[in-house]
Design a protein around this ligand. Structure first.
Ligand SMILES: Nc1ncnc2c1ncn2[C@@H]1O[C@H](COP(=O)(O)OP(=O)(O)OP(=O)(O)O)[C@@H](O)[C@H]1O
Ligand SMILES: [Mg+2]
Length: 287
């Protein structure tokens, strides 16, 4: 592992060796419903409440979470595994095993920000299928996530990544949808899929995003019953967020009294208890 990456891992480890396990939140939903935005908001609020550092995982091959968080991914797991394969096949890795070479390359993918690190799966380059890149990301995640008290996973549309078993068990599974009847029906489908795949999660939250007003559609009650979701949150279609997105600004620029911030804080307070709102509070998850 290159010295810089080793330093980073050690620093993170020393900071968090008190913690037993990381708390994993995964955001799912169909295309364009706001998964990346919600993942970025969650990371922003965890950091604001001193629940850091957060490991942000962009499991969407079409990397977007970096821009939403104001950082830039240079290398992805999908990209470097091909680089590692090429180096290994050219015989340039004398004295280093293929696995070690891959690990070194993966460490190069980790983007370090002040309060979070980010790793992106990306697309595998060259010949090869997603399965391999997926397996690599899975083992990398298993190895590094325990160094972070909180891990937030932004997924591609559907349950693809989760169905490929990128993670074994999620603490909080978020299903995001638009407020249309069809949008809400997809939550039922996602829930059915999650059950079929035996995806384990401790709690389920439904986020209905881009509401026209503040009211949740009445149909959400049926969805809540069918899915057994513990939490239902409505997020309005927000002008400030739209402006930020249009001008290429990231979530850090959002004003602290924005309604989306308030709603996500409220959700996390329900999940972690009222100590969540104490900024200087302990970083441990309470569930
Ligand atoms: N509550 C909201 N108010 C205003 N704009 C929003 C809101 N939520 C999301 N958006 C905007 O909607 C667009 C799509 O959001 P986002 O990229 O988060 O969706 P996604 O589900 O991650 O999409 P994909 O399936 O392509 O990954 C973005 O331009 C984002 O800024
Ligand atoms: Mg996205």
């Amino acid at each position: 592992m290159p010295p810089a990456a080793r330093n980073l891992f050690e620093k993170r480890f020393l900071d968090f060796q008190k913690l037993q396990m990381s708390y994993l939140i995964a955001v799912t939903g169909k295309g364009g419903v706001g998964k990346t935005t919600i993942a970025a908001l969650l990371i922003n609020r965890l950091i604001a409440r001193n629940r850091k550092p957060v490991l942000a995982v962009d499991a969407d091959p079409n990397t977007c979470l970096d821009a939403a968080l104001g950082v830039s991914v240079q290398k992805t797991v999908g990209g470097v595994r091909e680089e590692a394969r090429e180096i290994a096949s050219k015989g340039m890795s004398i004295g280093i095993s293929k696995q070690e070479l891959l690990e070194m390359k993966i460490a190069e993918c980790l983007v370090e920000a002040k309060d979070f690190d980010l790793i992106a799966m990306g697309r595998p380059e060259g010949p090869g299928c997603y399965c391999y890149a997926n397996n690599v990301l899975k083992s990398v995640l298993a190895e590094i996530s325990s160094n972070y008290p909180y891990v937030v996973l932004d997924n591609e549309a559907g349950l693809e990544n989760l169905s490929r078993r990128i993670v074994q068990e999620v603490d909080l599974l978020i299903m995001a949808a638009d407020p249309s009847r069809m949008g809400l029906e997809t939550i039922k489908r996602l829930h059915g899929l999650a059950r079929e795949m035996d995806l384990k999660y401790k709690q389920l939250a439904i986020i209905v995003n881009r509401l026209r007003g503040n009211e949740l559609p009445a149909y959400i009650n049926d969805i809540k019953v069918v899915t057994g979701a513990e939490f239902v949150v409505g997020l309005p279609d927000d002008g400030e967020l739209a402006e930020l997105a249009e001008s290429g600004k990231n979530i850090e620029m959002i004003s602290p009294d924005n309604i989306l911030i308030k709603q996500i804080d409220e959700l996390l307070t329900k999940v972690f208890g009222s100590t969540f709102l104490q900024k200087g509070g302990p970083p441990e998850a309470t569930v």
